[in-house]
Design a protein around this ligand. Structure first.
Ligand SMILES: [Cu+2]
Length: 684
């Protein structure tokens, strides 16, 4: 007789709710101060409390309140000697001098020994520093300070809208402000139907994805030093995996629009596709356009030959399975941890074992693309979109550069031994069935629905305010990809009570030519949809998991104006303001979890794998409930802690698959699902 079916409680929903807590007066005050500090970043502070700090706080008289008084003195020196980047210049994190200034300010803010000093120092520095240079230093400090846990930064596209919006929208916003007329301005994606790349512009230009990308690089700065003490567990591997997934996701989006997979860039070949950002910096300079078929050019301090030499050394290291450290030791990368070393080397980060020898391939690739239209600065053209993490994915060349980088990681992964059955199987656990069920009334089993809806961007910050005048309601409206929420229903049979980790991946079933491709080829394009722990009882278990609980995604952020009004109401006692101290700004937008699919339906395959929790987890004491509290773990890891899942990211599809028959053990299941793109959001 079969044991009775056991209905599992989905851990996500209950545990996540418990991470929320009611904000007390101290938290509310801090949240409001942060919002006031970031409001109208390009104009001097107007908030009376912060103005007092700006004018009366003396960093020099408070040196004992900073962990690193030298950083304070160095920053003061830059200010008093007028050496800081001008306020209306364009800040680039890739410029070594500008970055060093930003890092000094970060060290001042991060090293403030208490919250009050942090805030006063920030208010003091804000109007003395380039706004985006300040914003980056302040944001990274806030995200890493224990006393700011749970404080929400407003959406990046509402703090610095110029970096996300097209010039025509900005101009109309100025007009509306001058006329003091509340306005909603429609924003189009760049390009025209004459350019096939425009079909996927909605993806590359998605403001939520650009915001995710910029936040990833705030949570894992390439310049992060070990002395800052916050643990950046598997940062190099995360660099590989998050960008690998972005490329896989882009390719899936391209297939949905009848475009072939993106081609990798090569240093001595033409960059076939141009890009016209149609956007303008805050200071009025236009983001440069890159015509079709340009070639990489030497920059004054970086040649194309340098790029090839450095890449050759990386390829040598991969082929020989050893990297050479700065003190001439050889470290093996022929193991699970090798990808982390390689990620740090290729990015390259301050953790690279040998930055002089292996260079900074990825970062320099961004700069080479950014400056390709005026490499010698003969015309004073400002940096291109590729030079900023919040604008880079707009350019299709971003995905081409990352495909090139991703192929290096693949070279390495393909040299590792394929997993054997004992590493893949979960003895005693068998997946009996998998289905996905949409939430709308008319939903068909195993058919998921995507659609485009509209999102509003608060443009109040784009236009300067005079004194304390009432803001005019000006918004941009953008079209964005979304989908009906759905749930996975997985029937798992277990011979005994065990704990497992469910790993869910999605992949297009056919390639651009309409052909099936071998699993070993397809696996590199797999998109991770979710990964979560379960407790399995003896017998059949129905595991039910909602798509909104995915560890890949984050929900829509609250708008700047809603944040301000919610906090103000809570301060007046009119409503409760809840916050989550695990809140992450980094994370793929929930709306973009699924690729668009096609109006007639497009077939994908869903791979579900259950592995042994007790074997996978890095520390035996970690409970499934602890894991469930961590938001956007998949692409963004853990802030200041260990990633609980010890398996390589992308497991088990990260290594070669020699025989699909042997690979697909009973704890795995594959089902076909269809993704259909409809014109209008279906009725709930
Ligand atoms: Cu990136």
């Amino acid at each position: 007789m079969r044991p009775a079916t056991v209905l599992l409680i989905v851990l996500g929903a209950c545990a996540l709710a418990s991470a929320e807590q009611k904000a007390d007066a101290i938290f509310l005050k801090r949240q409001l101060q942060v919002l006031n500090l970031l409001r109208h970043l390009n104009q001097p502070l107007i908030d009376p409390e912060l103005l007092v700090f700006k004018n009366s706080f003396s960093p020099l008289n408070n040196l004992n309140k900073f962990k690193d008084p030298t950083a304070v003195k160095n920053f003061l020196k830059l200010v008093t000697e007028g050496k800081l980047l001008e306020r209306d210049a364009i800040f680039s994190l890739f410029d070594a001098r500008q970055r060093a200034q930003m890092v000094t300010l970060f060290e001042v803010l991060y090293g403030a020994t208490d919250y009050d000093t942090f805030l006063k120092a920030a208010a003091w520095a804000r109007d003395r520093t380039n706004p985006r240079q300040f914003l980056y230093a302040f944001s990274v400090a806030l995200l890493h300070r224990e006393d700011c846990r749970g404080v929400i930064l407003p959406p990046a596209y509402e703090i610095t809208p110029h970096m996300f919006l097209t010039t025509d929208v900005v101009r109309k916003a100025y007009q509306a402000k001058m006329m003091r007329t509340p306005t909603v301005i429609p924003m189009k994606f760049t390009g025209s139907v004459n350019n096939p790349e425009q079909r996927v512009a909605y993806f590359g230009e998605d403001i939520g994805m650009n915001s995710h990308h910029s936040h990833w690089h705030m949570d894992f700065p390439f310049w992060w030093k070990q002395e800052y003490t916050v643990d950046k567990d598997r940062k190099g591997e995360l660099f590989f995996y998050m960008h690998h997934q972005m490329v896989a996701r882009f390719d899936a989006e391209r297939l949905s629009n009848d475009l072939p997979a993106v081609e990798p860039l090569e240093w001595d070949q033409q960059i076939t596709e141009g890009f016209a950002p149609a956007a303008t910096y805050e200071n009025g300079q236009e983001f440069p356009m890159r015509p079709d078929n340009m070639k990489f050019c030497d920059l004054p301090s970086l040649s194309v030959r340098d790029m090839k030499i450095v890449e050759g050394r990386i390829r040598d290291a991969i082929a020989s399975s050893f990297v050479k450290t700065a003190d001439s030791r050889l470290l093996s990368i022929n193991n699970t941890a090798g990808i982390n070393l390689l990620g740090e080397i290729i990015e390259s980060s301050a953790n690279s074992v040998n930055p002089v020898y292996y260079g900074q391939l990825h970062n320099d690739g961004h700069v080479m693309l950014s400056k390709v239209t005026d490499p010698l600065q003969r015309y004073g053209v400002p940096p291109g979109v590729m030079e900023h993490f919040e604008t880079a994915t707009r350019d299709p060349a971003f995905f081409r550069l990352h495909k090139h980088v991703d192929n290096l990681f693949k070279l390495h992964k393909d040299l590792l031994l394929p997993y054997d059955v004992s590493e893949l199987d979960f003895p005693g656990v068998k997946i009996e069935a998998v289905k996905v069920v949409g939430s709308c009334k008319a939903s068909t089993p195993n058919q998921l629905i995507t659609y485009f809806d509209e999102s509003h961007i608060d443009l109040n910050n784009i236009v300067e305010n005079v004194g304390q005048e009432q803001p005019v309601d000006i918004k941009a409206v953008v079209s964005r990809l979304n989908h009906e929420p759905f749930k996975y229903v997985i029937t798992v049979n277990s011979k005994k009570p065990v704990r497992g980790i469910v790993r869910i991946f999605l992949a297009p079933k056919l390639n651009w030519f309409g052909q099936r491709v071998p699993l070993d080829v397809a696996r590199w394009g797999f998109i991770e949809l979710d990964r979560f722990p379960v407790r399995l009882a003896s017998g059949d278990n129905i595991v039910s998991r909602n798509s909104v609980d995915s560890i890949i995604t984050v929900p829509e952020p609250r708008s700047f104006s809603n944040l301000v009004s919610d906090v103000e109401k809570a301060i007046r006692g009119e409503q409760v303001f809840s916050y989550d101290k695990y809140y992450r700004h980094c994370g793929f937008p929930r709306r973009l979890l699924l690729p668009k699919g096609k109006p007639e339906g497009m077939v994908y395959q869903l791979y579900v794998v259950v592995t042994d929790y007790d074997k996978d987890i890095v520390e035996p004491g970690i409970q499934p409930e602890d894991v469930e509290n961590l938001s956007s773990l998949g692409y963004c890891g853990v802030m200041g802690g260990k990633i609980p899942d010890g398996r390589p990211m992308g497991f088990p599809f990260d290594r070669r698959i020699v025989s699909p028959e042997q690979f697909l053990t009973p704890n795995m299941e594959v089902v076909d699902i269809t993704i259909k793109n409809v014109k209008q959001k279906p009725a709930e």
